[in-house]
Design a protein around this ligand. Structure first.
Ligand SMILES: Nc1nc2c(ncn2[C@@H]2O[C@H](COP(=O)(O)OP(=O)(O)OP(=O)(O)O)[C@@H](O)[C@H]2O)c(=O)[nH]1
Ligand SMILES: [Mg+2]
Ligand SMILES: [Zn+2]
Ligand SMILES: [Zn+2]
Length: 390
């Protein structure tokens, strides 16, 4: 019902997935690929359409541009900037998620394997489709590397993306909620930045901050191998093969504090107030932790995920895992990071995930079998928070 109300209230408006501003659908410019002219919709029948008739040559103007950040490039139409996919105009809304974490904390592997698994859960019946060439290319390249070439994806290059953010744009449908010929459809956008973005470039005017501020949920990745008190207990070859990220827990604490400070400034919220945006704190490379005795033998987080039961998210399981990870962090003397979260965010849960399932046997390689552990737990929780699933 909430979704329906929201739909009526947002009727005629959309949020640009590149500059994050809200505009009237009538303001979308339609560029004709034949003559390059831009037309605006004039009749109500034209508004929000995938294409309209070019006012200049009469052929179909199929390229929809954001009224603010759209720029058409005839030579490279696929690279044109601010091209709005149809799902953004037709859908029920957007779910912008942001992934934040230092370099080599496992962000790209997490996103790639998570997306790969998401549409494969028979109980969930989620249909995912890439909304532009960039999204398709990135996911294809990363999947080929991990699943076929058995090498890790390339580290994300902070300069490659330039000043403009390129989030991955997915259309996501929940087929379980299909009613008559209507299926809830959202634009699921994920921004996978480079680690440097979140340490060196986190100033309020940066595009990454714009994205964080427009996000409905934040996923913070933390590589447990950086925890000082763990270093001694993990074999050096496992640390090396798992690309232990540089830095220490202070960097994780700093990230939490600076993200919180930015959102507060951007939204005009006092520094002593709590933020309500849901945060999933994801401990990546958890396969390395499952080998340790410091994590109790009976811990739920060791078992395969039962977070989804009969197509519903089981909050008891999520709360149990969260509790286990918190007490484990306190036990090993790494609890100070939790205080930074508690001081800023009202709603956050800890998750323990592994993209690969086991540490790589060799440095710079990925094992033949990929057996992800609890990889969907964070996104299941966030989808439930957004009422996209039950
Ligand atoms: N043991 C283990 N190692 C992992 C796992 N996922 C990633 N790694 C290791 O961590 C390294 C970095 O992973 P990425 O996903 O590229 O990290 P990132 O956060 O995207 O890094 P940047 O793009 O540089 O910011 C990989 O090369 C792997 O060696 C995992 O599930 N288990
Ligand atoms: Mg990356
Ligand atoms: Zn825009
Ligand atoms: Zn034309």
């Amino acid at each position: 019902m909430a979704g329906f109300l929201k739909k009526i209230m947002n009727y005629g408006r959309f949020t640009c997935p590149f500059c994050f501003n809200e505009y009237a659908k009538d303001a979308v410019k339609y560029v004709c690929p034949d003559c390059g002219e831009a037309s605006l919709p004039v009749t109500s029948a034209e508004r929000g359409k995938p294409s309209i008739q070019c006012k200049c040559c009469g052929r179909m103007a199929t390229i929809r541009l954001c009224p603010n950040c759209g720029q058409y490039d005839r030579q490279m139409p696929e690279e044109a900037k601010g091209v709005i996919p149809a799902s953004v105009l037709d859908g029920d809304g957007s779910l912008p998620f942001c992934i934040i974490g230092v370099s080599s904390s496992g962000k790209t592997n997490f996103i790639t394997v998570m997306l790969h698994e998401l549409s494969r859960v028979p109980e969930l019946r989620i249909a995912l489709s890439a909304q532009n060439k960039y999204t398709r290319d990135v996911q294809r390249e990363n999947c080929t590397n991990i699943y076929e070439n058995h090498i890790p994806p390339r580290p994300t290059d902070p300069t490659e993306l330039g000043d403009r953010l390129k989030p991955q744009l997915w259309q996501i449908k929940n087929l379980m909620r299909q009613r008559f010929n209507n299926t809830p459809t959202y634009t699921f956008t994920i921004y996978d930045g480079a680690g440097e973005d979140h340490t060196e470039r986190l100033d309020p005017t940066s595009p990454i901050c714009g994205y964080i501020n427009a996000s409905r949920a934040i996923i913070i990745t933390l590589d447990p191998l950086i925890l000082t008190n763990l270093r001694r207990t993990i074999r050096p070859d496992i640390r090396r093969n798992s690309g232990a990220s540089e830095g220490d827990t202070t960097s994780a604490e700093e990230i939490v504090n600076s993200v919180a400070a930015y959102i507060k400034a951007a939204r005009g919220i006092g520094t002593n107030k709590m933020l309500t945006i849901p945060v999933a704190v994801v401990l990546t490379k958890f396969d390395t932790i499952l080998q340790l005795d410091s994590l109790p033998e009976s811990a739920v987080v060791r078992r395969p995920s039962m977070t989804l039961v009969n197509g519903k998210v089981n909050m008891t399981e999520i709360a149990q895992v969260d509790e286990e990870i918190r007490s484990w962090l306190y036990d090993i003397g790494e609890g100070s990071f939790i205080a930074a979260l508690e001081a800023n965010f009202r709603k956050f849960y800890f998750f323990g995930v592994s993209s690969y399932g086991e540490p790589p046997e060799m440095q710079g390689s990925v094992n033949e079998t990929i057996n992800p552990h609890r990889i969907l737990d964070p996104v299941l929780w966030l989808f439930k928070e957004e009422r996209f699933i039950d």
